[in-house]
Design a protein around this ligand. Structure first.
Ligand code: PAF
Length: 281
């Protein structure tokens, strides 16, 4: 696997590959890789000539400084994992290489997608995500880019950015990867205490039960039902559960037969904030 730290060097290498008609599948990450990331890399590898991964803990998307400082960094292990799935190229730039002296986000208009759910709780988060993903797309010029559906709102926002800015890349959403006990894989899971790790599968269990109840209760009743379940679980603090339209991400009050819905959830397990979602229809 080739490792690049300098964007101009990566850019030159990849444009050379493109001139040889090689297609590029890109997986942007913030490192602390797990099986979920590797499934994206395997898919990128299968569908393209080259699989390229970036590891960059993007400061502008963290609204919480402590979360940024404590974000797990496991570079040597990440390299081993990427080599185990035959990743071709790793881009591992420094903050200065990406932002030079100005560590700030651009402002984006994602047609309101950014104001729903995570946008209500994480100020500026999606401007930070938009800034880094657009920058990386401009450096790499990938044919396809792969994102997990755990961050479903992020996925929809990136699709919107690509559409609005006419970026020449296809965005592929990939299914959520889960631990055997159902907890959605996340780099943050390694920061859970033993106690919190034990109760965390309650999140997905509750989502699955809510899915079963969808259609028998209206959206408001189902939301209240989920809120009630979390009141019985003192180690987990529900930040929000909402049933939203997959396309607009707006909270659904009335369920319409021709629309697709998901249940979205954010929960604090101690200091660690976990998100998950489930397809309802
Ligand atoms: O999902 C993530 O890990 C990050 O938000 C991303 C897409 C790599 C941008 O920093």
């Amino acid at each position: 696997m080739k490792i690049f730290k300098i964007k101009s060097e990566l850019k030159d290498f990849l444009s050379q590959q493109k001139s040889l008609d090689k297609s590029i599948g890109f997986v942007p990450t913030m490192g602390a890789l797990h099986e979920g990331h590797l499934s994206l890399v395997k898919r990128a590898k299968k569908k393209n000539d080259l699989a390229v991964v970036s590891i960059f803990v993007n400061p502008t998307q963290f609204d919480n400084k402590e979360d940024l400082v404590k974000y797990p960094k496991t570079f040597d292990n990440d390299v081993k994992l990427l080599e185990s799935v035959d990743c071709d190229v790793l881009f591992f730039p420094s903050v200065e290489e990406i932002y030079a002296e100005n560590i700030a986000s651009d402002k984006f208009d994602f047609d309101g997608l950014e104001h729903q759910m995570e946008g209500k709780f994480r100020d500026g988060h999606f401007d930070g995500v938009g800034t880094i993903v657009k920058t990386l797309f401009e450096i790499l010029n990938p044919d396809k880019a792969y994102f997990g559906k755990k961050d479903f709102q992020q996925l929809q926002i990136i699709k919107k950015m690509v559409e609005k800015h006419n970026l020449p890349v296809k965005i592929k959403g990939c299914d959520i990867y889960r631990e055997d006990d159902g907890l959605a894989m996340s780099s943050r899971n390694t920061r859970l205490t033993k106690e919190h790790r034990e109760v965390a599968p309650f999140i997905y269990k509750t989502l699955k039960k809510a899915k079963k109840k969808f259609g028998t209760k209206n959206a408001n009743e189902l939301t209240q039902w989920v809120e009630k379940q979390f009141k019985k679980q003192p180690l987990l603090e529900l930040e929000y559960f909402t049933i939203a339209d997959e396309k607009t991400l707006q909270t659904a009050t009335v369920i319409e037969p021709n629309k697709k819905y998901r249940g979205f959830i954010a929960v604090f397990a101690g200091e660690i904030r976990l998100i998950d979602n489930i397809r309802l229809k």
